[in-house]
Design a protein around this ligand. Sequence first.
Ligand code: NAD
Length: 282
Amino acid sequence: MDIHRVGVVGAGTMGNGIAHVFARSGYSIVLCDVEQRFLDRALETIGKNLDREVAKARITADDKAKALARIQPVTDRGALSDCDLVIEAATEKFEIKTEIVRDLDRLTRPEIILASNTSSISITRLAALTKRPERVIGMHFFNPVPVMKLVEVIRGLATSQETFAMVRDLAVKLDKSPVEVNDAPGFVSNRVLMPLLNEAMYAVMEGVATPEAVDEVFKLGMAHPMGPLTLADFIGLDVCLDIMQVLQSGLGDAKYRPCPLLIKMVDAGWLGRKSGRGFYRY
Ligand SMILES: NC(=O)c1ccc[n+]([C@@H]2O[C@H](COP(=O)([O-])OP(=O)(O)OC[C@H]3O[C@@H](n4cnc5c(N)ncnc54)[C@H](O)[C@@H]3O)[C@@H](O)[C@H]2O)c1
């Protein structure tokens, strides 16, 4: 099946990036969120990020205008019914994704693929909510989506080879590098990355070092482009906590216990870059 029109549910950090890369590659996008203000913010962000690409001469001003014109922002999910693929990129809560995935299964043509950008939630569980588990898959983009090459393509237990091949080929068409991964809590990326970030938070909480010092150790000693606490602020501390909770409940090992400082910061509304304050102030 040819894919022309792509639905993206959730217009936050990841949803706007996913809409950006598809629109830039010529796909028509239906971008859906619960309130108009989230869509306005997403379009503003996409506009600014496309401006950066124009400034670097990667695309022309005309390409930018055309890409933006391909994005239809909607609050009514019914507008997704004629999409050829829908990618769910809403908040990392199983209850929220459950409601969305069930609704998408009802709304969209039965032959289309439903993909989730979840960082950690089981694709097998999401697939089991639908009448098309063989056409449910994880398409896990990385932040910032227009820049990062990797897409983890996650097979649920029931995902068909045809679905896997279509999504893998689609990622290549978007100029991304797909890597095949099986379904397990946190997949590969967050199974390995998030405990590192969580441990860095414990080091700060226990007074081992300041956030600046922890980040310097990783930049200068391990050649990481940014330190773990800068990265956590960039990802969103609420997203980090949600992922740690999925690792903790899914894998059951005490080593996945979310750092109490992380819990406290999320309770305070210090969510990192997107809220203006996290381990650093923005
Ligand atoms: N932030 C990252 O670095 C990162 C990286 C890879 C994957 N992810 C995953 O991507 C997904 C989105 O994360 P994010 O960082 O963009 O979060 P975010 O908080 O920036 O955005 C989430 C968006 O989903 C919207 N939303 C919530 N419920 C909705 C509903 N019922 N219908 C439509 N929209 C709804 C919210 O209004 C919000 O705009 C999560 O599953 C997350 O785990 C995040």
